[in-house]
Design a protein around this ligand. Structure first.
Ligand code: PHB
Length: 418
């Protein structure tokens, strides 16, 4: 075997999902060198279907830091959602409630935009790289040992390593003394993509006696829908007819709401769990995104949290780069503050709308009362709308060296130039 080739960089990022790529992009804006290594090929990542809702702050981040304007031209701004229960839809108007909106823009498009922006700006992103192993994050210059797509050993020496390697993160194992918090749920989501016109202008979150259903969209001719199912089922054994009949019965109501049907072109069972790893930093290693936390998909917080982690990490790494060696000390606590709010929100949306297998009549009646409360009380509706559209990102002002001010990522950002 040939000797390992060596690369030196400031920040070595393991994982080229949205968190890893956004971090690399933001560091580049601050003139900080980074190398991203990713196990999967670019095509594999592009073909992974994930959630599709961006918070307003995530849209601002993509647009105003120069990733791409495509979310504004190809995404759809949603000014509310429908909460449907008892066979009737109740609209929550985000504009009226919290003067905010959310955007339908699938994660695959976010990935494409970020990957294209890294290409455009000469970013160093290496796909198909196997065996990324970090030697020791407590070293002054930790090294990521990898095998390149061509099968050659390679050592990437960094000042900071960032684990952006997703829910099955290996780098997470290096967070010494970490605590891990889990919540399992007794159900999963059956997700489909179908060729049909949209059933509604915005998203419909539906609670029914047969369980939860979510009616989302992709384009004028392709729709995304989900329904609560037993985690053990085999999606491939369900016929199109059976899937449509299950979905139709969950959304049925006195208003005769029906989903336009069409061929189902993709079906999967989505895992469902809540997970948090604390802390998100150990010495010269930071975790971002799913590597540190996963949320159930109700409320679509996962991608937004990953982008928020990346923005925060970029800001703190920028300050560290400009001489504030204590800058990274605050990373974990700041990130976790948002993470736990999102954990609570996702858990809340989940328990609000799903039917737990051992639920009793008391639980159902209490759940319906909570839904009525949220749709009738402006205070209740506002709490949900605020969480759904995303809490504001606090400006990072503490301890910023003035010399670094030009390079800082500014939060929150206003949507200008639209
Ligand atoms: C989606 O469109 O894939 C989607 C939307 C909202 C969610 C989850 C998934 O809460």
């Amino acid at each position: 075997m040939s000797a390992a080739s060596r690369i030196d960089t400031e920040v070595g990022i393991i994982g080229a999902g949205p968190a890893g790529l956004l971090l690399s992009h933001l560091l580049d804006r601050a003139s900080i060198d980074s190398v991203v290594v990713e196990r999967r090929t670019r095509a594999e990542i592009e073909q992974t279907h994930r959630a599709g809702i961006l918070e307003q702050g995530s849209v601002q981040l993509l647009v105003e830091t120069g990733v791409s304007n495509r979310v504004l031209t190809d995404g759809r701004e949603h000014h509310g959602i429908d909460l449907r229960f008892g066979g009737v839809s109740h609209r929550l108007d985000f504009g009226q409630l919290v003067d905010a909106s959310s955007w339908l823009y699938p994660q695959t498009d976010v990935f494409r935009d970020l990957a294209a922006a890294r290409d455009r700006d000469g970013g160093d992103v290496r796909y198909g790289v196997a065996d990324a192993v970090v030697d020791d994050p407590t070293l002054d210059r930790p090294t990521i040992h990898t095998t390149t797509a061509e099968g050659e050993p390679q050592a990437i020496r960094c000042r900071t390593v960032v684990g952006a390697d997703g829910a099955h993160s290996q780098t997470r194992q290096l967070i010494a003394g970490r605590a891990q918090y889990f919540r399992q749920y007794p159900f999963a989501w059956f997700g489909i993509l179908c060729e049909a016109p949209p059933a509604a202008a915005e998203l419909v979150y539906c609670r029914s006696d047969r369980g939860f259903a979510l009616i989302s969209q992709r384009t004028e001719t392709l729709q995304r829908m989900y329904f609560q199912c037993d985690p053990a089922i085999d999606a491939s054994t369900w016929s199109d007819d059976r899937i449509w009949s299950e979905l139709q019965s969950r959304v049925a109501g006195e208003d005769d709401f029906r989903l336009p049907e069409g061929p189902i072109v993709q079906r999967t069972v989505l895992p469902f769990r809540s997970f948090v790893c604390e802390p998100m930093r150990h010495a010269n290693l930071l975790l971002v995104g799913d590597a540190a936390h996963t949320v159930p998909p109700t409320g679509a917080k996962g991608l937004n949290l990953a982008l928020a982690d990346a923005a925060l990490a970029a800001d703190m790494l920028t300050r560290a780069h400009h001489g504030d060696r204590t800058a990274l000390d605050g990373y974990s606590a700041r990130a976790q503050d948002r993470v736990w709010r999102a954990q609570h929100f996702s858990y809340w949306m989940t328990t609000l709308l799903h039917d737990a297998p051992n639920e009793q009549e008391f639980d159902r009646r209490r759940q319906l009362a909570e839904l009525r409360l949220l749709t009738r009380s402006a205070a209740g509706a506002r709490l949900l709308a605020e969480g759904y559209t995303g809490w504001p990102h606090e400006p990072l002002t503490d301890g910023t060296p003035s010399g670094a001010a030009h390079a800082r990522v500014r939060w929150p950002l206003s949507l200008s130039g639209r």
